[in-house]
Design a protein around this ligand. Structure first.
Ligand code: ZN
Length: 505
């Protein structure tokens, strides 16, 4: 009997089966789901040749006349399909704890991707016209504050903040689109990135408990907790999307809950989350120039300082004037928490210095409490992770050599790799994300003296010799306990696992 493959719904708009052939649109080449389908075909028929006819995407569309029936507006002008589609999309993303949605329009077709636990996955394909309508609708429609008149030639920023479009649990969606090169059309394609900002995080309880569930070590929990106990400035650094805001939100919420006798304020541009118990000031301006934005921020800061705050969360220090204001607030007895873009905890000092901040002003008594740096690591599903020990050949020989260089006490035996997925992890092989972090307390006079003298490399070495754990060392611990896949760890760290061994060479 002839075997008839079942085409998964997610591929149905780009793949057909008839006359004993697969008919596929060319952008499916290399698609994992399709490869699985082909493998199953070959298994069932006993044939190593899978009959498939490939078409350029536009030709495939013409030949098979693809349209999503759910997108037809059927004369209902009250709710355009774009709105319905976006609401469904956000709902689906929320269920799957997606952090970002990417919609890429390439001319004849468009594709929706979800980022979960830091990894990008295909969601569903759209036909080109619908993809373009969708992106245009998101920017022009009632969803965002972006100006109307969308064209594919320009970049746009916007925001979906209207609660009636956001499912319960989502605070806002930040939008950014860029024109991209598409080999398939003369005019540009469009890449739209949607960052989902959630209302709540899973962590609860006092500061230490929340830090623990975010992945900080007991020593790091104690240090950060000590920063909350007196005035001074603590700065968190790390790449975008690696949980800086989440950590600060959790610290502020825990403080507001457990020390309600203080006055908590946040100043963000604009607020990314709801923070319970904190008065959140919004600096969102329509200002286009950096100078105008900076002035708006400083005015808001001045206003905030007149509001009798005790603890302040400053979204991000981007300008010298903001850095000065943060340091002044710390000097005048406030707890100040903020973020800065830097490559390490010590690198925060270098970054502030580059902005024009004199080191003597930063590294002086009563200003700095702590410096933190973090990256998020996906945590392996305990149900389906695989032991590296059993299949060492699946990792590259180079990585194997690096693991042998850093793990010299038999820790390699406990290392695990991402599994194939199971119901427990919704097929992902990963269950959540936790930090690989470094936390430096600046209450050590010798350390502060080195920082003030701009001897940052020596400061780093001194700190390590005194027992400081770098974020790479923290990641190594998590790998050695079988919680983090070493391959994924190198991707997320952006460096090799033997990085610390080569410092100072
Ligand atoms: Zn699993």
């Amino acid at each position: 009997m002839e075997y008839v493959p079942t085409i998964p719904e997610s591929l149905a708009s780009r793949l057909r089966w008839f006359d004993g052939y697969f008919h596929a649109s060319a952008e499916l080449r290399g698609n994992l789901q399709l490869d699985n389908l082909f493998a199953r075909y070959s298994e069932q028929t006993g044939s190593s040749i899978v009959p498939c006819i490939w078409y350029p995407p536009s030709e495939f569309e013409q030949k098979f006349g693809i349209r999503y029936s759910k997108f037809t507006t059927d004369g209902n002008r009250e709710r355009p399909w774009v709105e319905t589609y976006v609401m469904e999309l956000l709902n689906r993303a929320l269920q799957k704890k997606v952090s970002d949605i990417h919609i890429t329009y390439m001319g004849p077709y468009a594709q929706v991707y979800f980022r979960r636990m830091g990894l990008l996955q295909e969601d569903e394909p759209l036909n080109g016209e619908e993809g373009k309508q969708l992106i245009r609708g998101i920017f022009q429609g009632i969803f965002s504050q972006a100006e109307s008149g969308f064209t594919e030639f320009e970049r746009y920023d916007g925001r979906i903040a209207d609660r009636k479009f956001l499912p319960e649990g989502l605070f806002a969606v930040r939008l950014h689109s860029e024109p991209i090169q598409s080999p398939l059309i003369a005019s540009p394609g469009i890449a739209l990135a949607m960052r989902l900002l959630y209302d709540a995080t899973s962590a609860t309880g006092p500061v230490m408990q929340r830090l623990k569930s975010l992945g900080f070590t007991p020593e790091q929990q104690k240090l950060v907790n000590s920063f909350t106990e007196h005035s001074g400035l603590t700065i968190v650094s790390g790449p975008t999307g690696h949980g800086k805001t989440t950590v600060l939100k959790n610290i502020m919420e825990a403080l507001a809950q457990y020390t309600p006798t203080k006055n908590y304020y946040s100043l963000e541009d604009p607020p990314e989350y709801t923070i319970l118990g904190v008065r959140q000031l919004n600096v969102f301006t329509k200002a286009v120039s950096d100078a105008e934005r900076e002035r708006a921020l400083l005015e808001a800061l001045a206003g905030l300082m007149r509001s009798d705050p005790d603890v302040i969360l400053l979204g991000e220090i981007r300008y010298l004037e903001a850095a000065k204001a943060a340091i002044n607030a710390a000097l005048t007895g406030h707890g100040v928490w903020s973020t800065v873009h830097a490559n390490s905890a010590i690198g925060i000092i270098a970054r502030l210095h580059e902005m024009g901040m004199p080191l003597e002003s930063i590294c002086t008594d009563g200003v700095l409490n702590g410096l933190m740096y973090q990256r998020l690591m996906p945590i392996l599903c305990p149900n389906c992770k695989k032991s590296l020990h059993k299949t060492p050949e699946v990792i590259s020989p180079d990585l194997w050599n690096r693991l042998q260089a850093v793990y010299t006490h038999g820790e390699i035996d406990a290392i695990c790799l991402r599994g194939d997925g199971c119901p427990h992890c919704d097929g992902l092989g990963l269950v959540n994300q936790q930090v690989a972090a470094e936390v430096i307390s600046t209450d050590d006079r010798q350390l502060v003296a080195l920082l003030r003298a701009n001897r940052l490399y020596e400061a780093q070495q001194y700190w390590i010799n005194e027992g400081g754990k770098t974020h790479v060392a923290h990641a190594l611990d998590r790998i050695a306990s079988g919680d983090v896949d070493p391959v994924i760890a190198e991707e997320r760290l952006g460096l090799t696992l033997d990085h610390d061994l080569h410092q100072g060479e």
